[in-house]
Design a binder for this molecule. Structure first.
Ligand code: KIV
Length: 255
């Protein structure tokens, strides 16, 4: 399937089967998740925290993203490879297109960028070039420093209305899906019911969106030093790792 066909089939999932998306930052993880049949592999700029050890996503560069997108793409997944446009690489429509083209050259099949109405022209520039775009509304991690923390969004009818206007603006510009992050459940459900493209939720409560995305380290329990309150771990890889390494140390040191 081409990138455009994958994006179209993602969009067609609205009202049908929920979309499953997980972050992946390297080749083995991409292969394993793809073998499991996940729909979207998001090479998210969350890699800044959970792979590179930065405090937030504002330290992620385009070179970081290109390196990890290429590793994931080498798995030749059936899933859509979605790459984040990192902060300060999409300040104008021309720059947004140039960055998106570089991510596609590295192996991304679609790109994601944060923001609403203000980003519509940039989204239009990218989609006009034939590159599928996923939007990202609600809590925008690239704005965490201006916002002074990670806060819930869509708490009041006025905030919900702004989110709806933002969603409509970016849909008009051509997004094929929208990630909703940390939007209160009632507003996430309302938005999902009000718009024609699928919403993919994270931190929005269960079953409020047309699909869900999770950060792979939250799902696997492999980054124990920070776990967001909404995460639902399905494994405890940190403990398995510590126990395996302790056995190795004992074996090698003949204790
Ligand atoms: O970078 C990322 O992992 C993301 C998810 C939080 C949706 O954008």
């Amino acid at each position: 399937m081409t990138a455009q066909q994958k994006a179209a089939s993602l969009q067609a999932r609205k009202g049908n089967r929920p979309i499953t998306a997980l972050t992946a930052y390297d080749y083995p993880t991409a292969r394993l998740l793809d073998e499991c049949g996940v729909d979207v592999l998001l090479v998210g700029d969350s890699l800044g925290m959970v792979v590179l050890g930065f405090p937030d996503t504002t330290h992620v560069t385009l070179d970081h993203m290109l390196h990890h997108v290429a590793a994931v793409a080498r798995a030749h997944p059936k899933a859509l490879v979605l790459g984040d446009l990192p902060i300060r690489t999409y300040d104008t429509p021309a720059q947004a297109l140039e960055t998106a083209e570089k991510l596609v050259a590295a192996g991304a099949e679609a790109v994601k960028l944060e923001g609403g109405t203000d980003q519509a022209e940039k989204i239009r520039a990218i989609t006009r070039a034939g590159i599928p775009v996923v939007g990202h509304l609600g809590m925008l991690p690239q704005s965490v420093l201006e916002e002074g923390g990670y806060r819930k969004k869509g708490k009041t009818p006025e905030q919900a209305d702004i989110l709806l206007q933002d969603a409509r603006a970016i849909i008009e510009a051509g997004v094929c899906a929208i990630v909703l992050e940390s939007v209160v459940p009632a507003t996430a459900r309302l938005l999902s019911e009000s718009i024609e493209v699928p919403t993919i939720g994270i931190g929005c409560g269960g079953f409020t969106c047309d699909g869900e995305v999770a950060v792979i380290t939250d799902l696997l329990g492999s980054f124990p030093w920070f776990v967001p309150p909404f995460a639902i771990p399905e494994a405890d890889v940190a403990t398995v790792t510590r126990e395996a390494v302790a056995r190795y140390i004992r074996r090698v040191s003949r204790d």
